[in-house]
Design a protein around this ligand. Structure first.
Ligand code: FES
Length: 222
């Protein structure tokens, strides 16, 4: 089961990224009171029945609400500090990615920005590693964008680096673009399976936020 929960503020400097704008073709981002966008959580599940996708969505959304409950308990303290907005901005999240199968992605929210978590298939990893990095607009290897031994876990902000739209490709049935990663329909930016910009006006790759695996299946973002 995939889980998402809020954790305490880290005090670390937030990652700078373009302010997200929702693409016309993307879903609206309705954040819950705790800052987790439950409706922004979705699962890509190629080759499986729609019912499986639905179950995954329910698991993730349910735990997100549990996270909201935890946040509500902490609110009196936060209110006393009169810094709820700052605390929310600095908060980290923990996501249990155990249920995300190869080829699947989820969308979650961190610091009020969409985040894509993708479990790359062997073919997607191979495609990313075959690219001549020297020819890229923003040269980075897949290894530089993932963690050692966890190269299949691609975690990026879901914010196009052109003008901040939310690219397609993380939810079931969405177009992934010419390079099999993500596609921003706003002005036609194509990202590959390492979320590197390959075509279109975006100047840089999708941003990889600060993250670390705190267990074999739980990743802490922020
Ligand atoms: S905002 Fe993505 S291509 Fe323009």
């Amino acid at each position: 089961m995939s889980t998402v929960k809020k954790t305490k503020a880290t005090g670390k400097k937030p990652v700078k990224a373009p302010k997200p704008r929702v693409a016309a073709a993307a879903k609206a981002d309705k954040a819950t009171p705790g800052g987790i966008a439950a409706e922004n959580l979705d699962v890509e599940n190629e080759g499986q029945a729609p019912g499986v996708r639905r179950r995954d969505f329910i698991h993730i959304a349910t735990v997100s609400f549990a996270g909201v409950g935890a946040a509500a308990v902490a609110m009196p303290l936060v209110s006393q500090m009169s810094a709820s907005a700052d605390v929310l901005a600095l908060a980290s999240i923990e996501v249990d990615v155990a249920a995300i199968q190869p080829g699947q992605s989820i969308k979650t929210s961190w610091r009020k920005q969409p985040v894509f978590i993708r479990n790359l298939t062997a073919a997607e990893i191979e495609a990313a590693n075959k690219v001549d990095v020297g020819g890229l607009r923003d040269p980075q290897t897949l290894a530089e964008r993932t963690k050692p031994g966890k190269e299949n876990w691609l975690i990026t902000l879901g914010v196009c680096t052109h003008l901040g739209c939310v690219p397609l490709g993380a939810a079931a049935g969405e177009v992934k673009g010419e390079y099999g990663g993500y596609f921003c329909p706003c002005h036609g930016s194509h990202y590959d399976t390492a979320a590197r910009i390959r075509k279109g006006p975006a100047p840089t790759n999708l941003v990889v936020p600060e993250f670390a695996f705190i267990s074999d299946t739980v990743v802490k973002i922020g």
